[in-house]
Design a protein around this ligand. Structure first.
Ligand code: IMP
Length: 338
């Protein structure tokens, strides 16, 4: 049995650096023909990405994917509300997915995201082949999620231009508890990045990213982008209202396979593989992204790198023990705890 590494199992060893200022560092990367200034994509979830989030992500240099848990007409109008936005739109692999694809493309979507829980599946192959036959080769299609290099390579072979990598790692995900299946997201990224296709087919690390340090580790492991749910949930631009409780302000964040989400989008539940939670209200997403990007740039600077491609080639991971992981946290706080 192989040991699989998660974000907290590893650290990057600092290297000699000649980077004098974070201004020297570029976080830009290409998703198909789109050049994005930051390597961050907001997740197609109904408490994360609708029109306002996409606009805010664009304003900070990233992009977002409008979720598919609504009517075709509603999703198309959310895509349209963004005007000239760099915007992706999620679709499934059955039912109305072709109508949905046509509607969102007609309304200005820049790329499609074939968004299913277990992407390494015959239904995905059929959907990708059908989408290619229907819409041709010019449209960028992201697909996922997968956990393995085989999954990543198959999706690329079937027609995907970029692949979401990570199964069971999401903060609101109970797939591993419910099904016993999954793989630590960092390990999945490491395995996919060993493929000859990496570099050609962007890897999007998705699920379980808790802070800028995890983003830095995902990029070092070979990811080209990260996809964020919980880190962007609870912001002003995430869909949903604000709740007040004991003087604190919250918003709801829920897994799309949670009981609540399933009941609201299809009226019944089948396999429940997610939970509903509240997250503290965080204010505008711009401030959250600024803080994350400052951390990412500092991360590149600790490795002496000024671009993502340079950083991806400079892998310096070491494992850390649980004592090391404890030392990595701000442990002074625990001492004063009463
Ligand atoms: P987070 O950034 O750790 O919160 O993870 C977000 C990711 O979790 C999403 O981009 C999806 O890949 C995944 N996800 C969303 N909803 C569910 C669910 O209900 N169950 C399992 N995974 C989910």
């Amino acid at each position: 049995m192989k040991n699989c590494l998660s974000f907290d199992d590893v650290l990057l060893v600092p290297k000699f650096s000649e980077v004098f200022s974070r201004k020297e560092i570029s976080l830009e990367n290409k998703l198909g023909s789109e050049l994005l200034n930051i390597p961050i994509i907001s997740s197609p979830m109904d408490t994360v990405t609708e029109d306002e989030m996409v606009v805010a992500m664009n304003n900070s240099g990233g992009t977002g994917i409008i979720h598919r848990y609504n009517s075709v007409r509603d999703q198309a109008s959310l895509v349209k509300n963004c005007g000239n936005a760099k915007v992706g739109a999620a679709i499934g692999v059955s039912g109305d997915y072709l109508d949905r694809a046509k509607a969102v493309l007609d309304n200005g979507a820049n790329f499609l995201c074939v968004d299913i829980a277990h992407g390494h599946h015959a239904l995905m192959r059929y959907a990708l082949e059908t989408l290619r036959n229907t819409f041709g080769n010019d449209i960028h299609i992201m697909a996922g999620n997968v956990a393995t290099r085989e999954g990543y390579e198959d999706l690329a072979k079937w027609g995907a231009n970029s692949v979401r990598v990570g199964i069971g790692g999401g903060s609101i995900c109970s797939t591993r508890i419910q099904t016993g299946h999954g793989m630590p997201t960092l390990q999945s990224v490491i395995n996919c990045s060993e493929s000859e296709l990496s570099g050609e087919i962007p890897i999007i690390a998705d699920g379980g990213i808790k802070n800028s340090g995890d983003i830095v580790k995902a990029l070092a492991a070979g990811a080209d982008f990260v996809m964020l749910g919980s880190l962007l949930a609870g912001t002003k631009e995430s869909p949903g209202g604000v709740y007040h409780e004991n003087g604190e302000t919250f918003k709801v964040y829920r897994g799309m396979a949670s009981k609540d989400a399933q009941i609201s989008w299809r009226g019944h539940t089948s396999s429940i593989e997610g939970v509903t939670s509240t997250v503290p209200f965080k204010g505008p997403v711009r401030a959250v992204l600024e803080e994350l990007c400052t951390g990412i740039k500092s991360g590149l600077s600790y490795s002496g790198c000024t671009s993502i491609s340079q950083f991806q080639a400079s892998n310096s991971f070491v494992g850390q023990t649980s004592a090391g992981a404890m030392e990595s946290n701000t442990h002074i706080l625990f001492r004063n705890k009463r």
